[in-house]
Design a protein around this ligand. Structure first.
Ligand code: ZN
Length: 227
């Protein structure tokens, strides 16, 4: 692992993490700089200047007019930042009893300042977890990502019991809705009916409670099937 200390300002880490998350949506594609600028809430010229700096540091491959992709060093840095972010989120929820809808902002700040030593203590305290409170996978300290086969809830057949595993829409209001509905990761549910015309489905939770969910909301929920 290269020494990131010189380059690892929080801005660099934020760019690298953004590019990584964009690449997750479309693997192998170059991330257009316009989209990166929108994501980072900066004007395109600022994003371009930053990407050139990242390219000189060997963290990204920049193709003018095409976009940007992480190099293997960029990838390693992104996974390191995500490990910090997600472990901190879990720590805030499990140990400090934060609400899961409010930990993201806090982790955005802490991820840049937590020491490796403190992070490994947190990892130990939490029992080397593989996912954060929202179900996002926590990369290992070696930079490997736990591989889970998840399916969108709306693709599941009725009567097949599945476990809620990951909430993709992490807007605080949506997370609070998910919590109120008792649909947090780990809960087992079964779809009873799915009506495309009404754009809604009914499901039954493991505690026997039946509820209605719009397909739009359901499409933000990923589930794990039984092995
Ligand atoms: Zn999260």
């Amino acid at each position: 692992m290269p020494d990131h200390n010189v380059m690892a300002s929080s801005t660099v880490e934020d760019y690298i993490k953004r590019i990584y998350l964009q690449q997750q949506q479309a693997p192998d594609a170059y991330v257009p700089l316009g989209r990166l600028a929108t994501d980072m809430q900066v004007v395109p010229g600022t994003a371009t200047a930053m990407v050139k700096t990242l390219s000189e540091a060997g963290l990204v491959d920049y193709q003018p007019r095409v976009g940007v992709q992480l190099t293997s060093n960029g990838d390693k840095l992104a996974l390191h930042v995500l490990r910090r972010h997600r472990l901190l989120e879990l720590f805030l929820v499990q140990t400090l009893h934060y609400d899961w809808s409010e930990v993201h902002e806090e982790a955005e700040i802490l991820e840049h300042v937590v020491s490796d030593k403190m992070l490994e203590r947190i990892d130990q305290l939490l029992g080397h977890p593989s996912a954060d409170p929202h179900g996002d996978p926590i990369p290992s300290s070696q930079g490997t990502v736990p591989d889970r086969q998840l399916t969108r809830l709306i693709e599941i057949d009725p009567d097949e019991p599945v476990h809620i595993s990951r909430i993709v829409n992490q807007e605080p209001a949506f997370l609070r809705f998910i919590e109120r509905s008792g649909l947090t990761p780990g809960i087992e549910i079964t779809i009873d009916t799915l009506d495309d015309q009404a754009e809604s489905l009914t499901l039954t939770r493991e505690d026997g409670e039946t509820l209605n969910l719009g397909l739009q909301a359901a499409s933000s929920i990923l589930v794990a099937r039984r092995e």
